[in-house]
Write a protein that binds this ligand. Structure first.
Ligand code: COA
Length: 164
């Protein structure tokens, strides 16, 4: 990878027709970083085509991907919380391939999905879950204004910030 390659990385949305590319980068994330996610790669590998397509077309979800020369190297998503917490947008699936880290791609992606969530009527806060072991992710989220809001029964940290 040339050192200036990051300037050729673009942030894209995916047409549902590209669900296989989404699946591939998501499975890569789960296989390479199992401690970072509550879903297992084995479970995700069983997810049917229609579910991958749905996530790319559901208006209550927004996924963004970093693409370099046609290959997806990172992703992040956001979805509206369920009925009862409609003011919350949940950030999910944040991952940057190891060789692309430390170049601002993770930050760009999270900022982009937060911007997508701001377009949803009535959404005022963003929330995410992060494992205590994911120190880089925790630093990124803190720099983006997320603060501690609780702990899940599984021991994950719950972080929140206003969407503003
Ligand atoms: C967390 C992750 C997405 C960050 O992606 P990235 O593209 O490397 O992040 P960025 O380059 O945008 O860096 C954002 C901030 O993270 C922090 N950071 C980045 N690399 C770091 C490192 N090696 N050590 C400590 N902090 C680091 C810095 O605060 C950085 O801000 P700065 O550039 O202003 O210094 C990436 O490390 C990753 O995929 N980790 C494994 C999966 C994961 O933990 N996902 C989160 C699930 S909740």
């Amino acid at each position: 990878m040339p050192t200036d390659a990051v300037s050729d990385v673009i942030i894209v949305t995916l047409d549902p027709e590209r669900w296989r590319d989404y699946r591939a980068v998501r499975l890569e994330a789960l296989r390479h970083e199992p401690a970072a996610f509550s879903t297992s790669a084995a479970d995700a590998a069983m997810t049917p085509e229609r579910e991958w397509r749905r996530r790319l077309s559901d208006p209550a979800m927004a996924y963004r991907f970093a693409e370099y020369q046609g290959r997806l190297v990172a992703l992040a998503g956001v979805r509206r919380a369920d009925i009862g917490e409609r003011d919350i947008a949940v950030v999910v699936s944040v991952y940057v391939a190891a060789e692309w880290r430390g170049r601002g791609i993770g930050r760009r992606l999270v900022e982009t999905v937060l911007e997508a969530a701001r377009q949803w009527d009535g959404v005022t806060r963003a929330r995410l879950w992060v494992a205590p072991s994911q120190t880089t992710a925790r630093t990124l989220y803190r720099e983006l204004g997320f603060v501690f809001a609780g702990e899940s029964p599984e021991g994950e940290l719950i972080l929140e910030r206003p969407l503003g």
